[in-house]
Design a binder for this molecule. Structure first.
Ligand code: LLP
Length: 393
């Protein structure tokens, strides 16, 4: 149960509101508590005072959320052309959008030239050369691969030497030389160690690598220390160390948190449709891998909160509707025994749930709702059945 660490229960108002929402919207649906997003931003800003936050929009790219973040003074981190379109549509300016990612095709760079070039996060020497050739006046940061044994799920570690990301420390010199001989404006270096990081030591090791690189290759204007903050990470100490590093090298501090800001603000609401016993005890629910792939993809554990009562408790695996054995959203969850149609909230579903959802098995994307304390806002309606067919002949 390592990833199911103690979790923050839903705010009582939000929990009540979920039951109301379920009267009007078909399950499964995603619901987000805006107050919790604000609170997480506040925590992060207190820990990293003066740090510039580029929200990693891949965690949850709903316009209804992005527009609020823009109002609150955040910027965004994107990793695809689609995300850049979306960021501009939400109202961000080109210098408020940072585009990372290991592959930027010529077609993509041409399109950026047309719609407005964001700040570019360059990921390799080849990426750098192509940008110098095609977008010679861009503003850029260079991503470093710190070559460290980062402790997280294999798919989520980006700072290991064998990952596909970044420029190895010994190649930074060459990359900077190339950039300095061009008209590209290099603002600084970037490190993103991985995602769902729970150990301060990984960050400390990453910061030490950056410290060495800034001593050797500085001065720069900016230091980008990435995101990756696990939900249980103590930001206080980390923030102090990051601020000290930025201060020492007289640079602006940039951060790219995704999960930390939105994961705990969101739930996936599903109904229970009966119990089925094989050699395991399954509770059948109407949400599964199409709406939340994380348990299957990373073995992630999402806490589950019942929105009904019953003094009789029982332990279940939560089986989704897909015809795949792996379509189980949680194992060994002890819950009050449900009636047909009772509601469950799958927690920590504000990040990488909707954004990684799919139409697998012709499943329409669910509705997404935002609770603002004034009421519910429908920020994405349930996908129409016709939409599943409309791109086909
Ligand atoms: N910056 C860069 C360059 C990234 O690649 C990522 C995430 C972030 C920032 C934000 O990381 P966060 O603060 O959210 O950990 N689908 C996975 C997570 C993949 C993260 C990919 N990159 C999951 O569901 O856990």
């Amino acid at each position: 149960m390592s990833m199911s660490q103690s979790y923050t229960a839903l705010r009582p108002e939000f929990k009540e509101a979920l039951k109301e929402a379920a009267k009007n919207f078909q399950t499964p649906f995603y619901a987000y508590d805006l107050q919790t997003v604000l609170e997480r931003i506040d925590r992060l800003q207190k820990a990293f005072p003066g740090g510039e936050i580029f929200y990693a929009m891949k965690a949850n790219p709903r316009l209804g959320i992005l527009r609020r973040l823009l109002q609150w003074g955040l910027f965004v981190e994107a990793v695809s052309l689609g995300e850049v379109y979306r960021a501009y549509k939400a109202g961000f300016q080109r210098n408020e959008v940072l585009l990372n990612g290991p592959v930027k095709t010529p077609a993509m760079l041409e399109e950026l030239d047309r719609i407005g070039i964001p700040i570019l996060g360059l990921d390799s020497l080849t990426d750098l050369r192509r940008v110098i050739r095609m977008l010679p006046r861009a503003r850029a940061i260079l991503r470093v691969n710190p070559d460290l044994p980062i402790a997280t799920h294999e798919h989520l570690a980006t700072g290991r030497g064998e990952s596909k990301f970044g420029i190895l420390p010994e190649e930074v010199e060459q990359a900077l030389e190339l950039a300095r001989r061009s008209r590209l404006e290099v603002l600084g270096l970037h490190v993103h160690l991985g995602s769902a990081l729970e150990h301060l030591e990984d960050y400390q090791a990453g910061y030490a690598v950056m410290d060495r690189l800034y001593r050797t290759h500085g001065p720069f204007q900016v230091i980008n220390l990435g995101g990756g903050f696990g939900l249980g990470l103590d930001l206080g100490e980390l923030g102090a160390q990051a601020m000290a590093l930025a201060h020492q090298h007289k640079v602006e501090l940039w951060l790219e948190p995704g999960r930390y800001l939105v994961a705990e603000a969101g739930v996936l609401v599903t109904r229970t449709w009966g119990v089925k016993r094989t050699r395991r005890n399954y509770l059948l629910i109407d949400a599964g891998m199409s709406q939340l792939i994380r348990p299957m993809l990373y073995g992630a554990t999402h806490p589950v909160e019942p929105l009904y009562k019953n003094p009789v408790m029982e332990t279940y695996d939560l089986a989704g509707p897909a015809c795949e054995s792996g379509d189980v959203l949680a194992r060994d969850v002890t819950l009050p025994e449900p009636k047909e149609g009772d509601l469950l909230a799958i927690l920590q579903a504000g990040a990488y749930a909707s954004s990684m959802s799919s139409n697998y098995l012709d499943t329409p994307r669910p509705a997404e709702l935002l609770w603002t304390d004034q009421g519910w806002e429908l920020i994405r309606r349930q996908q129409r059945w016709e939409a599943l067919l409309e791109d086909e002949q």
